[in-house]
Design a protein around this ligand. Structure first.
Ligand code: GLU
Length: 492
């Protein structure tokens, strides 16, 4: 029987779910799905000062938005719960006792002031600051007496002073660490709450995690964790450290590089399928060429072997481009359902929408579906559909000047439009065909100034659709105003 694959995503709820965390969650999810394993979500909330319920709520919401559903964890439960570390304190206490009894851990009474002083001294003499082992060799009886007397203490792991610890990483290969450079690190604070390294190892062991897949910023924790597994007598999981994500300037991705939280991308109107696809490529590739993958394809193709050791660069322009592709793939109704609230929020459409406005707004939005990269761009793309008049931008003004070469043609266009009964794509096209033939001019000669006058821009979607949606009254009014701006008067 194949080994039971169990992986986990273990966020600390101290803020939004960030791009880096989401990518780690995605790799865990894909690995679990590919291997028919279990994807566990565990909330590491033992840092009481920084953890908030609001962060938990946002993290769960953003994971769901990305479609990264977990098999065990908050809301769904599971055999190895609870999945909030603050609800597992008894287990950590028990394991701490286990380590203390066996002499693998010890109580340390050094005050933080003393430790800080020693740290400063070490720095001043150019030495690596490291716990000096003052309490390491206190007898258990002495230590217990001091604890009984009410002295404050932390618990430290007693590390070997020689030898090496090796990480056999699934992505980075073997990494060797000299034990003597590691500290006797703290397992539990004076208030008894566990530190990250300790709680994570106790839980990964208790939850039977087979593969720890996480960011490579945790590499320095891993030798410590391996020594902890050994002290606890627990089997080691496999480790896979995924590469860092950098901004365009090659520094670690941070707020300076723009939006870094998944929620912000959701709010800006990115599609979860686009963000998922893009995140998958941050450190993983299938064949260095293919960029578009459905979720099923990602699950089918994902492997740790293809995860790179090298940092990945987050490129917002590529994400936008990819989002545009996914927007184009949306079925019309789904596209419209996403577009209308954006137009309402921009104040272009009223709320509530009546049937006619809904249908009209949907058609307007659909006109630019092929051109949109993100939904927040939508209002700017279609703003000229709203309001009575438009202002001509510089390029439109230039196009408008072309009308001066044929004032009669444009007067005639204006007149025919005012009289046109069937102001539809078809009706307009037929009318203009006749006009062009009579005047012997090219389509562009007529359309460029016309488009400039009615949209205020040099470019727009197909002119007949635009005119039909704008309607006769506004089209005629705007054409007259545009012509007037270049000195051509029309009668009305
Ligand atoms: N709570 C840790 C973090 O958010 C988890 C690290 C790990 O995956 O072990 O960084």
């Amino acid at each position: 029987m194949a080994e039971d694959i169990r992986v986990r995503f273990a966020p600390s709820p101290t803020g939004h779910l960030h791009i880096g965390g989401a990518r780690t969650a995605l790799f865990n999810y894909l690995y679990a799905r590919r291997q028919n394993g279990v994807f566990v979500l565990r909330i590491e909330d033992t840092d009481a000062e920084r953890s908030t319920d609001e962060s938990v709520r946002m993290i769960l919401q953003d994971l769901k938005w990305l479609g990264l559903t977990w098999d065990e964890g908050p809301e769904v439960g599971g055999e190895y719960g609870p999945y909030f570390q603050t609800q597992r304190l008894d287990l950590y206490r028990e394991k701490l006792e286990f380590l203390l009894e066996r002499g693998h851990a010890y109580a340390c009474f050094c005050s933080s002031e003393t430790l800080e002083k020693k740290r400063e001294q070490a720095m001043a003499t150019g030495q690596q600051p490291k716990y000096d082992g003052t309490c390491r060799n206190l007898s258990r009886a002495d230590a217990q007496a001091r604890i009984k007397a009410g002295e404050a203490y932390v618990v430290r792991l007693k590390l070997p002073t020689e030898g090496t610890t090796i990480i056999d990483d699934r992505i980075r290969g073997k990494m060797v660490f000299e034990n003597n450079v590691l500290d006797d690190f703290v397992l539990a604070r004076t208030n008894g709450l566990p530190m990250y390294n300790f709680a994570a190892v106790v839980d990964d062991a208790a939850m039977k995690i087979s593969h720890v897949i996480r960011g490579d910023d945790h590499i320095s924790n891993t030798p410590r964790q391996i020594l902890l597994y050994q002290a606890l007598g627990e089997p080691l999981p496999a480790f896979a450290h995924v590469p860092m994500i950098l901004g365009a300037d090659k520094t670690r991705l941070s707020k300076r590089h723009g939006a870094t939280s998944v929620g912000a991308y959701a709010d800006e109107g990115y599609l979860p399928q686009a963000l998922t696809n893009y995140l998958a490529l941050l450190g993983w590739s299938f064949d260095d060429k293919t960029t578009l993958f459905t979720r099923e394809q990602l699950i089918d193709k994902f492997s740790l072997k293809k995860v790179s050791k090298n940092p990945a660069v987050f490129d917002p322009a590529k994400l936008q481009w990819m989002n545009g592709i996914y927007i184009r793939q949306l079925p019309a109704e789904e596209y419209v359902a996403r577009a209308l609230p954006v137009l309402i929020a921009a104040g272009l459409l009223p709320e509530p929408l009546d049937e006619a406005a809904r249908a009209w707004g949907g058609r307007v939005a659909l006109l630019v579906k092929e051109h949109l990269k993100i939904f927040t761009e939508l209002p700017a793309h279609v703003s000229y559909f709203f309001g009575e008049t438009v202002e001509l931008d510089e390029t439109a003004k230039e196009k408008m000047l072309l009308a001066k070469e044929r004032p009669d043609l444009f007067k005639s266009l204006h007149q025919k439009m005012s009289m046109l009964e069937s102001f539809t794509h078809k009706g307009l096209e037929e009318m203009m065909k006749v006009l062009l033939a009579e005047a012997q001019v090219k389509f562009g000669d007529l359309v460029h100034p016309l488009r400039a006058a009615v949209t205020g821009r040099a470019n727009s979607p197909g002119i007949f659709e635009v005119l039909e949606l704008l309607g006769k009254e506004r089209t005629v009014k705007r054409l007259a105003a545009g012509l007037a701006s270049v000195g051509i008067t029309t009668e009305n």
